[in-house]
Design a protein around this ligand. Sequence first.
Ligand code: SF4
Length: 200
Amino acid sequence: MSARETAELLLLVGRLVQADGYDGELSPAQWMALRFFARANSFSQTPSAFAEFQATTRGTASQAIKALEAGGYLVRQRSQADGRSVTLRLTDKGHEAVARDPFEVLVRAVDSLDAHEQAAMRDALHHVLTTVAANGAHPHFGVCQDCAYLGGETNCGSTRANRSALECLLFGVTIEPDDAGLLCVHFQPRSERREDGHRE
Ligand code: SF4
């Protein structure tokens, strides 16, 4: 199979899942927003981070966010740190909606592959995503476990000391193991970290 055929298959999978996003209640854009806020870490639950994730304008992103707030899926909170910045969190209704996300059909399809195929697919897609992102102007979202700023070690222990073994070297905060798989707007692929702490 040629590289072009594989790339076209990727596009087709994305379009098929996107088209299945209409369930009569939420639009595909609203599903994307709800999905994003369900998966974003505490540094990334903002309207501007969602706009960057979608590679769209703040105005377009805020339309989907406002519809989700009006529908009772998202709730807006002021930052406890500065009292000004806004974060968006899922309500109980939002969590119930995510549990019946049409995107789950893709999750189940991937889950039908064996462990070796899933690992190979993840590594290959991760490489493709990093390469595509490096050629564009938009930031590459990713998770702590793949980030150049993650320090410490994953530890399966159950004590508080063991659970605090991961650290974000960019913000100097502890990363709870359960949060290491959440999306972050400040993510930096391991190969791209510069000595001055900024993106290439
Ligand atoms: S380690 Fe990386 S992905 Fe995790 S919070 Fe820090 S900057 Fe974000």
